[in-house]
Design a protein around this ligand. Structure first.
Ligand SMILES: C[S@@+](CC[C@H](N)C(=O)[O-])C[C@H]1O[C@@H](n2cnc3c(N)ncnc32)[C@H](O)[C@@H]1O
Length: 214
């Protein structure tokens, strides 16, 4: 399944991300990734914004990014950090890596943008070792049904087209559970935490686990 390229998004996303990092997003990334160990796969790594945050205990880092410009920036980021990262062209729905070979898979702000979320999660499940962790920070649909319906309509007519295939109305927690993960350590969170509803504010953050025995 060939994914549509989004070169315009790839141009402006790094600038937007930079403005969010200093407003609390960077701290959330640090807390989320601090406990990682072993062989880690990051999907949709963008320009490598998570690379400085990975702890020493990560013995090998493989990153998949479908946009060429973002992959190039990620390669530059890895070089600037003097960190070995194997960067692969590819997409979440057909991961170019072996089954059962990773201790953890990381997605930050990615499952909102993949073309086929169920297929991407089936692939993540495939490549994790039994007991392996899906470590994620994702914005998700509102818990309020009426707002959620509005989000999905807004996605269809405007948001997804303007923001690189992003969807505000995805129930990613349910999709992760449907894919066979244990989800008790995935927690709801808000970012940004504003006194009024904003379609990208509800988040899910934490770890879902591939069960040891199926
Ligand atoms: C909003 S950006 C997030 C980038 C980075 N993970 C971060 O935390 O800032 C979404 C990323 O997902 C990537 N992406 C979109 N569709 C994808 C797919 N089907 N498979 C893998 N990555 C995808 C985009 O190219 C982009 O790098």
């Amino acid at each position: 399944m060939a994914r549509r390229k989004r070169p315009l998004f790839a141009r402006w996303y790094p600038g937007l991300a930079a403005s969010l990092e200093t407003r609390g997003l960077g701290e959330r990334r640090r807390l989320l990734l601090a406990g990682l160990t072993g062989r880690v796969l990051e999907i949709g790594c963008g320009h490598g914004v998570n690379f400085p945050v990975y702890p020493e205990a990560v013995s090998e880092l493989v990153a998949v990014e479908p946009e060429e410009r973002l992959r190039d920036l990620a390669r530059e980021q890895a070089a600037a950090l003097d960190r070995v990262v194997t960067l692969l062209d590819g997409q979440a729905e057909a991961l170019p890596v072996e089954s059962g070979s990773f201790d953890a898979v990381v997605t930050t702000l990615v499952l909102c943008s993949v073309d086929d979320e169920d297929r991407a999660l089936a692939e993540i499940h495939r490549v994790l070792k039994p007991g392996g962790a899906l470590v994620c920070l994702e914005h998700v649909a509102s818990a309020n049904r009426a707002i959620r319906l509005g989000e999905r309509a807004f996605d269809a007519v405007f948001w997804s087209h303007a923001f690189g295939g992003c969807h505000t109305g995805r129930d990613t927690g349910a999709a992760i559970a449907r894919a066979g993960f244990e989800t008790k350590d995935l927690k709801p969170s808000r970012y940004p935490d504003l006194p009024f509803p904003l379609s990208v504010s509800p988040h899910l953050i934490g770890t879902a686990r591939k069960p040891v025995q199926l």
